[in-house]
Structure formats: structure tokens, C-alpha cells
Write a protein that binds this ligand. Sequence first.
Ligand code: IMP
Length: 428
Amino acid sequence: MPGIVIVGVQWGDEGKGKATDLLGERTEWVVKFNGGNNAGHTVVIGDEKYALHLLPSGILSPGVNPVIGNGVVVDLGVLFEELEALDSRGIDTSRLRISSSAHVITHYHRTLDKVQERFLGKRQIGTTGRGIGPAYADKINRMGIRIQDLFDESILRQKVEGALDQKNHLLTKLFNRRAIEVDEIVEDLLSYVERIRPMVADTSLVLNEALDRGEVVVFEGGQATMLDIDHGTYPFVTSSTATAAGAASGSGVGPNRLDRIVGIVKAYTTRVGAGPFPTELEGEEADWLREQGHEYGVTTGRARRVGWYDAPITRYATRINGVTDLVMTKLDTLTGLERIPVCVAYEVNGERVDEVPINQSDFHHAKPILEEHPGWTEDITGVRDFADLPQTAQDYVLALEEMSGTRISVIGVGPGREQVIVRHDLVD
Ligand code: IMP
């Protein structure tokens, strides 16, 4: 059972880091295949809490080989900050391998991300401001800088000059900002060369060989289905392929090597940034759910938008990704609610629509059709067997399973890595 993909079902922050970590004990490789330091995983091990943005969460498990694949955009300053922070806490990070084809995020990408958002005014996307969109735009535009370019100073300089020729026009003439010097960027990038050299590898070859040996490789998706550049709520999305297909292209393995597709879904829904969100709550109910679930961004600290579970979204994500198993996180957050509403379909222009509408403006105006389920008051954070959950909690999970079209194999009942109920093994 070698290739396992982990993807977010909703708009991110579903608790993928915890699922990867749960598998981490049994796996040899954990690969990040998309996104960059826009992600934020909080992993709790014992009394220690680790917040990671760029590094795959598997880096915390001894015996796991973490890989940053070609589909990732790497901010080298952040990379070394995170590595140093882990080193100082005694975590061995020497096994990290980085694709030579991954692109880098530079100062001008971060600057452009911020000024473009400001320029959009009311239409802004609410990006994390980490330079993700501009770095991927350069990649698609064939003016990006790759990790391998760092090892040839003259090539690097030519590429930075090419990129800045155009960007400095934009920055100075359109956005009224100062021009960025070629030397400043080249010197910054070159300052990482010696440190990164031992980590750079042909990660596609390394991963294919590992799969050939039958080793378990976990492909950890950043962001989520509804933030995917193709299948998400465009333009309120991130700029990478956050769905399961991205695991193949973003790491250089064939799609037929992806054996299990695990979708991570919260027992309710959250979203950061702008864009449609049919089950969104406002006022006191929203404040209650946000506080109960500690729904504040790991990367930006922003209060997350919160709402009820949306079954059509899970069905959609199941279809787009080919999800074989769901991991449902944060069931314990709902403890104390008398009744738990769940979205089963939408009302669009006065008509019932059972699936995610194909037209974005319909999705913007979609009203959730809610079905209410009885809640529970018992503390479930210590439960490890499904049968020990209060009957109403079991019924809630089974109802969601039925609506979502895929089995719910694991249920999270608290932030600790051991706080899970495993109904079906993800690795067998
Ligand atoms: P970007 O990825 O910084 O370009 O941001 C684009 C959109 O994706 C914004 O709405 C962000 O809030 C959202 N986003 C990016 N990364 C994450 C994440 O890890 N969790 C949740 N939302 C994210």
C-alpha cells in the first residue's frame, strides 16, 4: 500500500498535519507537492506545540524522510528559519530533500502579492501575502527562478534581470513603489547556496525508487479542494493544484502510484479570505463556534470564517479527488450544541440544487438547505472506540458518511496526535 495522498476537502485548515502525523509513524516518506509557506499546520506532540508553514509535518517524526517536491514554491528565508527553529528544539531535520525544479519565492513576489491585493480594493482575494500567486504566475509565465538556478550565478543573474525588467516597470509606474535591485535579489538567493546544496536531490527518482521498494509514501496536499486553482471557488483560490492530481505532477510520480486518497474534512466548515461560503454563520453562533474550535489562522492569525458542515462540498471533493477515505477532524468542537445543522443541498434562485453549482455566481448566492441533527453534551475527547461515542455523535458521523458518499475512516476528537478514533486503517 505505498502511495497515500492527503488532501483538504473544504477551504483548508482541516487538520491535515495531524492526519499526516498519524500516518507518519507507519511511513517512510512525506512529500509536500504544492503551495508554499501559505500553509499552516499545528502539530501537538505531548506538551509541545509546533507550528509549521513550509516544511511537511512529517519532519517531526523520526524515521520519516521529508521531501519538498517540484510543485512547491519555496521561500528560502522561511525554509531556514523553520529548520533552525526545529534544530534548536532537538528535532533532526537532516533527512529533508528538496526538488531542484521547485521554484523560489523572492522579495519581489512578496511585494507584488501585497500591492496587487491593495490594488484590487474591494475585490481582493485575501491572500496570505507570502508571494504565492506571483511566484506561480512567474512559473507559468516561464520567468520563474528554480532551486537549480542558484548553483549557476550567471544563469541566476540573467533570470533575475529578466524578471525584474518587467516587474520594476509594474512596481514603479503602476504601483508607485521603489524599484528592486537585481543585486539585492541575487545576493539574497546566493546566501543560501551552501546550506541548501546537500538537500537538493532528484526527488522524482528518489520517490519512484522508494515506491518500487514498497515503502509507504504520503503526499501531503497544502490548502484544499475548494482553494484549488482549477476546481476551487476561482478567483478566491490559491495558485496551485491542491487536489490529488497535483500529488503526481507536483512530485514526479505517475498517477497510477497513488493508491489511497484520504480527504480531510472538519465536522463543520471554515474559510480564511474572501469568496463564497454558503453555510457561513454570523453573530453569536459564529463567535461560539470560532472560540470553541480556536479558529484563528496559524499563518496570519486571522479569525477564520465559520459555518456548518456542507455535504455537497464533500461529495464534490470526493469526486474531484477520487477520495477513498475521509478523516473527520474536530468532532469534539461541536460538543454542547443541542442541535447540529448540516447543509444537504442549496437553494439557488428559488430552486433546490443538490450539487455544487457549476456557475460561480450561483454558488455565491446559494442558500444552504439545512437538516438538523441532535447534539450531545458528554466530553468525547477521551473516546478511542466509535462505539463509546454518545449515540447522537455516532448518528451524526454516520449521517455525514451517508451524505458524503465515502467512508469516514478516522475521527478526530481533540488536538493531540493520540486523540483519534480509527474505524478503518489508512495504511493496510
Ligand atoms: P494565497 O495562497 O496566499 O495566494 O491565498 C489565496 C487564498 O487561499 C486566500 O483566501 C487564503 O486565505 C487561502 N489560503 C492559502 N493557504 C491557506 C491555508 O493553508 N489554509 C486556509 N486558507 C489558505
